[in-house]
Design a protein around this ligand. Structure first.
Ligand code: GFB
Length: 321
């Protein structure tokens, strides 16, 4: 168990996922959280990271920082995705070892698995085949982070391990159409089409890929559960290097778009532009390992989408005030 007054460093707390972890820990009564902004500690700068760790000496680290984005950003800003993520992970994980951090959780992504992995994807599928080309640089960086944790455990005995969340969405998501993931992009496109009175909205790809979506507060709940219930050797002794986190259910992108249209109240047509990439055809995680440990998601996709849309509308209202 993590003591309520343990010093916990949340790397990436200004992002959607890090922010949800911070909210969850605060609500649960953890009172000694550190979460500097990137302007205060630039995680790409090794010297700045080592100085920060020497000064703060956190006991627990949640590594949720990184450069993230949807399929287009991953496919076009390829060098930045691999470079920045490799630096952030290396700097934070090595500094954690140097300052004797007692526990570290590293967040990866379900795109680390092979493009054509058998479904649902078990943790053992890591490195069993070629990756999806649109996000290979990001996936390689995330796989490096998993292997850093695993080998800092094997060589130095560090209590560091990784989790692989499925596609995450929710409040505080990025709604920029060039860099966002599919849920915020569809919410924005469909909302704007309705507001303009358009009869059609254009989405990317063929609409046939399937994705699994987990609401961000459920991910934070899973992380706090794992922080309090397992240690690195519990993971590595099972012959795996990480734990999947998801719902165990997926949905076609076309059906997702129809669900969002219903929530928004858009009655026009959905068109798919197949000049944009589909990405991997399917990436449904096998979540039986975390379920057996005693954790299950609690937010349905319909509820999570409604909460996200409500948050998006309130943010638009704030912007116009
Ligand atoms: O969420 P998304 O960008 O990323 O796209 P991935 C999921 C699917 O939605 C793809 C389709 O098949 C897209 O073609 N899609 C349809 C759209 N319309 C849109 C749209 O307007 N915007 C977006 N963004 N997609 C990312 C990876 O993969 O997922 C990352 O690139 C990471 O590395 C992340 O793993 C979780 O699920 O394909």
């Amino acid at each position: 168990m993590i003591e309520k007054n343990s010093k916990i460093y949340i790397a990436g707390a200004t992002g959607m996922i890090g922010g949800a972890i911070k909210r969850n820990l605060e609500t649960a009564g953890y009172s000694n959280l550190v979460h500097p902004k990137s302007q205060e500690v630039d995680l790409i700068d090794q010297h700045a990271v080592y100085q920060f760790f020497a000064r703060e000496r956190p006991e627990v680290v949640v590594l949720a920082a990184g450069m993230v984005g949807g399929i287009l950003a991953n496919n076009t800003r390829r060098a930045e995705f691999i470079f920045k993520n490799l630096l952030i992970e290396s700097n934070v994980i090595h500094a954690s070892k140097e300052q004797s951090v007692k526990k570290l959780i590293f967040l990866g992504s379900s795109c680390i698995y092979p493009k054509l992995a058998s479904q649902p994807i078990r943790e053992e599928e890591l490195l069993s085949g070629p990756l999806e080309p649109t996000n290979e640089p990001y996936a390689i960086a995330k796989i490096a982070g998993i292997k850093l944790c695993e080998n800092y455990y094997r060589q130095y005995g560090c209590n560091f391990f990784s989790v692989m969340p499925t596609n995450i969405y929710g409040v505080n998501d990025n709604f920029d159409l060039q860099s966002s993931h599919v849920v915020p992009a569809l919410i924005r496109k469909i909302h704007e089409a309705k507001a303009r009175g358009s009869s059609t909205v254009v989405l990317w790809g063929t609409g046939s890929p399937r994705r699994e979506f987990l609401y961000v507060d459920d991910l934070a709940d899973a992380l706090v559960f794992l922080l309090n219930s397992i240690k690195a050797e519990d993971v590595y002794q099972q012959g795996v290097s990480h734990i999947n986190i998801g719902t165990g259910e997926d949905i076609e992108i076309k059906t997702l778009a129809e669900t969002i249209s219903d929530i928004v109240g858009f009655e026009g047509e959905l068109e798919f532009d197949s000049q944009y990439p589909d990405g991997t055809p399917r990436k449904l995680l096998d979540v039986s390992r975390i379920n057996r440990m005693g954790w299950n998601h609690s937010t349905t996709l319909a509820d999570g989408l409604k909460r996200t849309y409500k948050w998006y509308c309130s943010r638009l209202q704030e912007e116009t005030l």
